[in-house]
Write a protein that binds this ligand. Sequence first.
Ligand code: AHR
Length: 499
Amino acid sequence: MKAKLTVNKSFAISQIDPRIYGSFVEHLGRCVYGGIYEPDHATADSMGFRGDVKDLVKELGVEFIRYPGGNFVSGYNWMDGIGQQENRPKRLELAWKSIETNEVGLHEFAHWAKEVNAEINMALNFGTKGVDSARELVEYCNHPGGTYWSDLRVANGAPEPFKIKTWCLGNEMDGPWQIGQKTATEYGRLAAEAGKVMKLVDSSIELVVCGSSYYEMPTFASWEAEVLEHTYEYADYLSLHRYYNNHKNDLKSYLAGAVDMDRFIKGVVAICDYVKAKKRSNKTMYLSFDEYNVWYHSLQSDKSVKPWQVAPPLLEDIYNFEDALLLGSLLITLLKNSDRVKIACLAQLVNVIAPIMTDTNEAWRQTTFYPFMHVSKYARGIALTPILDCPTYGCEAFSDVPYVESIVVYNEDKKEAVLFAVNRSDESDIDFTVDLGGFNPIQVIEFIEMSGYDIKDSNTKTSGKVCPKNGSGTVLNGDKLVVPLKKLSWNVIRVEVGD
Ligand code: AHR
């Protein structure tokens, strides 16, 4: 099979916001306790955070982390997590039917985030709390001092403000499972008032309002429109959440997930622009895709996890090679929409539907670790408009899925054009010709490839067999780069380009 991609240095989608390489740490299962935090671990730092996990988080290249939930946040009182650790209350955690010890709270997490060079994306409880709790937390985190809440932060050991810039006003507030679920009117009004007051406390912050918790919600679209009608003045981003599964073991449909993600994003952009037009506004609403991933492998086993445990083993999906291929194509889709998607968080980071797994001794990389790491490391700079000429296939949900999902990112500082491509075909290698117009390409620096595995292969603590290798066979001729894309493969090709 043959396919062709044409890009041009002058045809940019957007400068990529580094917050697109975000992830998510929720007080859920073994993400925090037994994941990032394990005071007894041989590599633990003075505050109890595992050094081996920190190293993998840094290798993954996560720069932005949503915290502390998720569904957890809708019943959370942030004040439970400040002050002396030994005095903190143990609580029934209703979202995941666990016990929350509150050993890790705001100060501990801020310490850890700094250690892994990540910015915090703070989520607020809009289920059981609202305006007061939100404005107090902004004052606690961001006000320099001389007021009740900022002085309390100083007294609790943080003389410098945490300077948290991005705040999520609640989580999935439309969901019947959410603690304190709301209608669009209830949530929209609350978010508008809280957002207004939070920006009075600190006018430099940015706010994310909740979109629908998933695309199939019966209120999808009308929820977004009404929430934005109420909050347009104060909101900077609208959230999107989407999880993929291969319950039907239908590879063709599963690997079409990126087409679904693209349709979802474009739909939400249309809703944002509808409200913009209706309000005759000059402000563009950006998107925060603050939960996306594969989630289904653990759904059955989670049913037998006993309630009311500290850090139970929940949502511990073990990812395989097809999941890595899907994740690579989802990441390309986020880049293709980087003019509107400014924030994205892979949900989640450690143990809970995560690229990093741990037990009490070891930490290891799941298959999905690699595409995320490659994109985070090499997709820096400007995403270029991809003009793709490629055969397509049909599947249950879509009639025209291209066999190749691809994009080129131009890194001006490094003088590199980096091609990312997934070959979805399970039958055919593809001769992929990329026309790098206007780049004056000099040489292929590196060709990284993941291919040749059984689609159900996964990594374990002792075997990291699903991992990237060096690819071969690229040919560069003038502006034309030809890359052999093996069937079912993830590919990254870094090309040195001229001035
Ligand atoms: O990421 C797991 C859960 O998925 C989050 O807590 C929730 O927001 C979503 O439904």
